[in-house]
Design a protein around this ligand. Sequence first.
Ligand SMILES: [Zn+2]
Length: 166
Amino acid sequence: MTPLARLRKKAQEWGGDLVEVSEDDFNELFGYMKSAVVHPPKPGYVKAPFRSRPPFGVNYKERRVYYTPNVAPADLIHEMGHVFATRRSPDKPCAEFNFFGWEHALARKFGLFREWEKSNGLYKVTNELFYRELWPKDRKALLAKTLKAAQKRGLVSPNGVPLSIR
Ligand SMILES: [Zn+2]
């Protein structure tokens, strides 16, 4: 099974899904702009704001992550956090850092840790610093601290297994 298929199976176990759609279908759901005309998204569909190529987004209520062909599986881990590891829909302010520990626990479980680190290189871990700018020992400390915080919130089991809270 590919890493993507394994992530998908996990999402289904949690009552959601990872759904591949064409770019046109994606645009229909998540909205787009053409000839300076804005076509709004369908209700409930929230596009991931930064990583637009290839684009992906979520439907929080359905617990689904939508992506387009050639997505990097590790890129989906953060979006999975938005539907399985928080009780706030991503169209409202949400403390994303709360599920950072959940993300790396999930990445490790599926052998995607290195890819996840790369995918999160531009994740702001402090007001000044991106994840990729941290020294190895500071990364290690951050990973340990955020894992502990995620465990405290019940997002990760005491023995390190990421859980769905929805
Ligand atoms: Zn996010």
